[in-house]
Design a protein around this ligand. Structure first.
Ligand SMILES: Nc1ncnc2c1ncn2[C@@H]1O[C@H](COP(=O)(O)OP(=O)(O)OP(=O)(O)O)[C@@H](O)[C@H]1O
Length: 544
């Protein structure tokens, strides 16, 4: 659909648009008021919406919207879940005010709402997060956005766990301005690559935010909005529970309930045929029926997943009366994305990092010698020798071990993170915190020097460097780095803290010259890298 055209929206309706793959689409508020995912459109100005975007322009009181350029799909829908979303916002707003008042009155200071949005893939989690954040900003709050979605990360690039304060409604084109985001580079787009490392980063991020909140009552009262992955079964579910617990969440919003908007589907069907004056032929009817049946089945699947997720969460969280689990409809405008489309979305997000959301940035190509940088992978390598493990236990890979890797052509087309760490052992380091008195809560297997296997005295262990903690065979295992393991039936509760370095940014490897030992990379800005310590995962990108 090309050329300029207008849509008159009645109150509480929305214009849904899917931009084509090649050209941006221009959009303008002609009259009335309207918003894109919680951010109001400025009057009269044309906005350029990036290719492949799918957006909804919603109006509370009625508006006329003008479009200019090519789109794949555009239609108006008057059934939306927006009223339920804004009701959630109103409750969160009241809790923020309560938290602020408790701080000013010097009574026991309450924390602002910590909302986690969960649901299957394509249930509208990121869009709802944007709305809740933008509406909160409109009321003058500065909530913290936490993005745990390594598959379709919004704050920087996929493969990261990140957080940033949001100080103004999120720009529909440019996204969140990133002043000082906290970013940990996990390096993979699936948690199966290293689920333990994912948890380590989640814990570290929660701890860092907690520290910031303790010195900033305003940010604490504004609370957090946490986006999550769409994987809600098996390990995905375990990681959700872990996140709810680690961030001390008190509101769990479960998205995905079936709300099949039949009129929307029919409209969509018309639009697919790309003609307003459509003449149904048999093929159209068959195609339409298949699509409706397919959409219905997908909807049913989502419904089952959401029902199951919601009842599982309610059951598990019933011991925590302060946690509200709320089920919400997903919007009928969301189109399911297949693996290929999701991969393309990831690729666009990485491109956006280097070139900007509207191609307004110029990345720089640089060349360095192999000897000028060091590349590390996190995870892998044996945790401890078999001889040092408890009888019957198998050595496992250490999820937080930092391993130096050889630079070779395997790095080609990978995205690497530039660590803020000064030394390799600062990329991830850990320490233990022993309680002042012992309790019977845990049986701990602690590590000691293999040469002195009988030396299991606590003072000696205090000198050791902690590794990671893992629940195995009903015991907690603390594997020490450089010191191997010995089972000692000590009854005590200990905390292990893992400190991870934030990352400064990313580079993309465009060429490796093994003969001249030189690496060519793309960086967002010119000049030397802020650190020579780089982290690699499995995140690839093919430019173009
Ligand atoms: N009301 C709507 N109308 C049209 N498109 C929409 C609407 N709401 C969301 N979308 C689009 O649908 C797509 C999926 O939505 P969103 O990213 O919010 O889902 P998600 O659950 O976070 O997905 P994922 O599981 O991949 O993280 C996005 O491109 C989003 O812009």
């Amino acid at each position: 659909m090309a050329s300029s055209r207008q849509f008159k929206l009645a109150k509480e309706s929305e214009l849904r648009v899917e931009v084509g793959p090649d050209m941006p689409l221009r959009i303008r508020l002609f009259s009335g008021t309207a918003e894109i995912f919680g951010t109001e459109l400025p009057p009269s100005n044309w906005l350029s919406i990036s290719p492949r975007s799918k957006i909804a322009v919603f109006t509370w009181n009625g508006a006329t919207i003008e479009l200019d350029g090519v789109s794949e799909v555009e239609y108006v829908a008057d059934e939306t879940p927006m009223v339920s979303y804004v009701n959630v916002h109103a409750i969160l707003d009241a809790r923020r005010a309560q938290a602020k008042a408790s701080h000013s009155n010097n009574v026991d200071s309450l924390q602002g709402p910590r909302v986690i949005v969960v649901g299957p893939t394509d249930s509208g989690k990121s869009s709802l997060c944007k709305m809740l954040l933008s509406w909160a900003c409109k009321q003058g709050w500065k909530p913290t956005y936490v993005d745990l979605d390594i598959g379709q990360g919004y704050i920087t690039i996929p493969g990261c766990i990140a957080a940033t304060p949001v100080e103004m409604p999120i720009d529909a084109v440019e996204g969140i301005p990133l002043e000082m985001p906290i970013v940990y580079f996990y390096g993979h787009t699936s948690p199966t690559a290293n689920g333990d490392l994912y948890k380590v980063f989640v814990k570290e991020l929660a701890r860092t935010l907690e520290r910031q909140f303790s010195g900033n009552a305003e940010a604490r009262a504004a609370g957090m909005v946490i986006n999550t992955m769409g994987w809600v079964e098996g390990l995905g579910y375990e990681l959700l529970l872990n996140a709810i617990d680690t961030f001390n969440c008190d509101v769990v919003l479960v998205l995905g309930q079936l709300n099949v908007d039949i009129t929307g589907l029919i409209d969509f069907q018309f639009l697919l045929c790309k003609s307003a004056s459509i003449h149904f032929c048999l093929a159209d009817i068959v195609l339409g029926t298949c699509q409706r049946a397919f959409a219905f089945l997908i909807g049913l699947l989502l419904y089952c997943l959401q029902e199951k997720l919601c009842s599982m969460l309610k059951e598990v969280l019933k011991t925590k009366p302060k946690v509200d689990v709320v089920k919400l409809h997903k919007s009928g405008g969301i189109v399911m994305r297949n693996q290929k489309v999701r991969q393309k979305a990831r690729s666009l997000k990485i491109r956006e990092y280097f070139y900007g959301p509207i191609n307004d940035l110029s990345p720089h190509s640089n060349i360095v010698n192999f000897s000028d940088i060091s590349v590390y992978r996190i995870g892998g390598g044996p945790q401890a020798p078999r001889s040092a493990l408890p009888i019957g236990a198998e050595p496992v890979a250490d999820p937080t071990r930092v391993v130096a890797i050889n630079i070779n052509r395997d790095l080609l087309h990978l995205v690497l993170a530039v660590s803020y760490a000064k030394e390799p052992d600062q990329i991830i380091s850990s320490y233990t915190n022993y309680p002042s008195s012992l309790s019977d809560e845990h049986v701990i297997v602690l590590s000691v020097d293999p040469q002195q296997q009988q030396d299991t005295s606590l003072p000696r262990l205090l000198e050791g460097r902690g590794g990671f903690i893992k629940d195995r065979m009903g015991v907690m295992v603390l594997a020490d780095l450089g010191v191997s393991i010995y089972a000692s039936k000590l009854a005590c509760a200990i905390d292990i803290f893992v400190h991870c370095s934030n990352v400064a940014g990313y580079i993309y490897v465009t060429d490796i010259d093994v003969v001249r030992k030189k690496i060519t990379y793309l960086a967002p800005c010119p000049g030397e890298l802020p650190s020579k310590l780089l982290i690699v995962g499995t995140l690839t990108w093919l430019e173009g």
